[in-house]
Unconditional design. Structure first.
Length: 624
């Protein structure tokens, strides 16, 4: 049974989701044939497959997958029809009490405990349905494919622990993941992509290439950038900074915390409270409440309601940038004002949702906020989108789509004047239309303060990543009472544009590690050249070459190990260094180096000066 959906949501289920939902029932049937005591909770389709949560004595391991898959193939071959039945609440409870619901037969003394709870959660008056295939019957809203025969192209992927409804107090369950496709060819292609994804996993490569580290003593979701990773990050920052300078941005720096009232005014504190770190009370308040033996609940309520003052690790940079704008009197002649910052922000993510660099609790945005007149919005939006396109083009990410996130008028989280929203949404549509890329519009995907334009990039193995984003905001200038003096000598409200081409440096770097499989283009590589002396006799000459390359701005190292040259070349390739300069007695005598590339076997011999000319040109042009 999937997590309950509305009728509209069920009707919108795609054919692939329907297939995977049905395959989850086939998996449950197979497990019950092998372990009849299994108690099933729910199992929804996912973007890349499905899962089912269940409780039973036997602990599933990958060693069991082949046996379960063999039983699933039998169920598929039996061509069992998926039959829908509408039943009363009393009938549903009777089936669950007998253990028949979520089972193959009645199980006296072993009622379907999860199904009983799910039945109680169905609102009075709402239709209750179940689906049956063969002997297996389960509480389910559907829909399903016609028969189990359509589920034969499936594969079990992994097993993990879970909690019923995410509640740790309700005991631990097992969660078995699988996937399914309409054809064997599609399944095989998917499995190949998964293998490729494993090879490119940024967590493994980040560890092997010494790029970053996550330490429990520091905290989950908090990235320690190691020296090589820091060089990649600095190269990205230098790249975007050069582009910002061309567009007339001013760089600013702001603190990592701010007063709660700042975020109350912006709306971030009430709207994002669940995804923020707890407020930090002022020290004298803590001491006062400790003396009075006041409860933690009183302190929390006081901070939430504004009775007590406190601070917060900033979840967004925009309120700080707003205060910089508001710190001076502004004229229409000063606008647009473009403020940029590599600002670190903090979000509280559940530990189960964290993942290497791509889902973290502290991350640095290449953030900027533009303050402009209404007449300047269209031009500034196009400038922001142009910047995102420059980033993607430079990194060879040409396969992307554009998504315009709009408000849902029926959702109360979208605040502000509807007329201003209409203007902002129209501006986003017009700007997106200039990209010569098809774009979609998605209601409900806007930020609470305004619509946005997102770039969704497809990487080399077909995965989608939401990267650059640009947002138009009429709400925050109103909340903070921002103004400038117009041509009529009267005060006017500026429009604010939020934009972040990378999104976050952590997530973007994690993506790049996987996109390039750790083989960064030379301009991004933490080590661009390694000099490999064949023996100690050429070590002194090698060090002179290293100094010359370093003076030319090339990131270079030397292999001083006693290994033979074959081992040095192999190790350098494993570390994904773009270029190797092999230096033997002949090269020293001739004043040359033998140049190797990490991906090519061919060998070129040239002077050091010629190599420096060629590699510095490659770095300058950010060649791929």
């Amino acid at each position: 049974m999937s997590e309950r959906k509305t009728l509209d949501e069920r009707q919108q289920m795609t054919d692939l989701e329907r297939l995977r939902h049905s395959t989850a029932h086939v998996m449950a049937t197979a497990i019950l044939r092998l372990w009849p005591d299994a108690q099933f909770a729910y199992g929804p389709p996912l973007e890349n497959g499905f899962y089912y949560d269940f409780d039973m004595k036997h602990r599933i391991t990958p060693d069991d997958f082949e046996k379960i898959e063999a039983e699933m193939r039998k169920v598929a071959k039996e061509n069992q029809r998926f039959e829908r039945k509408v039943i009363s609440r009393e009938e549903a409870k009777a089936l669950a009490e007998s253990g028949r619901l979520g089972g193959l037969s009645e199980r006296p003394g072993n009622p379907s405990k999860f199904k009983l709870d799910l039945i109680d959660k169905i609102p009075e008056g709402e239709e209750i349905s179940c689906f049956q295939n063969g002997d297996f019957i389960d509480l389910c809203a559907g829909p399903h494919v016609g028969s189990t025969a359509k589920t034969k192209h499936s594969k079990l992927m992994s097993v993990s622990s879970s909690f019923y409804m995410g509640d740790e107090s309700k005991g631990q369950l097992q969660r078995l993941y699988g996937t399914a496709f309409p054809t064997k060819e599609e399944l095989d292609q998917h499995l190949v992509r998964l293998e490729e994804a494993k090879k490119r996993d940024h967590r493994r490569l980040g560890r092997e290439l010494h790029l970053f580290h996550i330490d429990e003593a520091v905290g989950q979701g908090l990235i320690l950038w190691k020296p090589k990773g820091a060089l990649v990050r600095r190269a990205l920052q230098d790249f975007i900074t050069q582009e910002l300078d061309k567009q007339g941005y001013s760089q600013v720096f702001t603190p990592h915390i701010g007063k709660l009232d700042l975020y109350r005014t912006s709306g971030h504190f009430p709207y994002y409270q669940e995804s923020q770190y707890p407020p930090i009370p002022e020290r004298d308040i803590l001491e006062k409440l400790a003396d009075e033996d006041t409860s933690c609940a009183t302190l929390v309520n006081g901070l939430n309601e504004g009775t007590y003052e406190g601070y917060m690790l900033k979840p967004m940079n925009c309120p700080h940038h707003i205060k910089i704008f508001a710190s001076e009197h502004r004229s229409y002649r000063d606008l647009p004002v473009r403020l940029a910052e590599f600002g670190t922000v903090y979000r509280w993510e559940q530990s189960g949702e964290l993942g290497g660099m791509t889902r973290v609790r502290g991350f640095t945005q290449d953030d900027a906020h533009l303050f402009c007149t209404p007449d300047q919005v269209a031009k500034e939006l196009i400038g922001c989108l142009s910047l995102v396109k420059t980033v993607l083009t430079t990194l060879g990410m040409h396969d992307y789509r554009v998504r315009v996130g709009l408000r849902d008028p029926d959702d109360s989280k979208f605040t502000g004047d509807p007329e201003k929203w209409d203007q902002a949404e129209a501006a986003c549509r017009a700007a997106a239309a200039t990209l010569d890329v098809p774009f979609t519009e998605e209601a409900g995907e806007a930020a609470f303060y305004g619509p946005k334009i997102d770039f969704v990039v497809k990487d080399v193995i077909g995965r989608d990543w939401q990267l650059g984003t640009v947002q138009v905001d009429y709400v925050l200038p109103e909340r903070f009472n921002l103004s400038y003096i117009g041509t009529d000598n009267a005060q006017h409200r500026p429009v604010m544009i939020h934009r972040a081409p990378f999104g976050s440096l952590e997530r973007f770097t994690g993506l790049l590690i996987e996109h390039f499989e750790g083989k960064f283009p030379t301009w991004l590589a933490p080590e661009q050249v390694r000099v490999l002396p064949i023996s100690d006799k050429t070590l002194e000459a090698a060090e002179e070459i290293v100094a010359k390359l370093a003076n030319a701005g090339v990131r270079v190292a030397i292999d001083r190990s006693p290994d033979k040259i074959g081992a040095k070349i192999r190790n350098t390739r494993l570390e994904r260094v773009p270029y190797m300069l092999v230096l033997g007695a002949r090269e020293v005598e001739e004043g040359t180096v033998s140049v190797r590339h990490r991906d090519r076997e061919e060998l070129a011999t040239m002077s050091v000066d010629q190599f420096i000319t060629e590699i510095t040109e490659e770095i300058k042009n950010r060649c791929l």
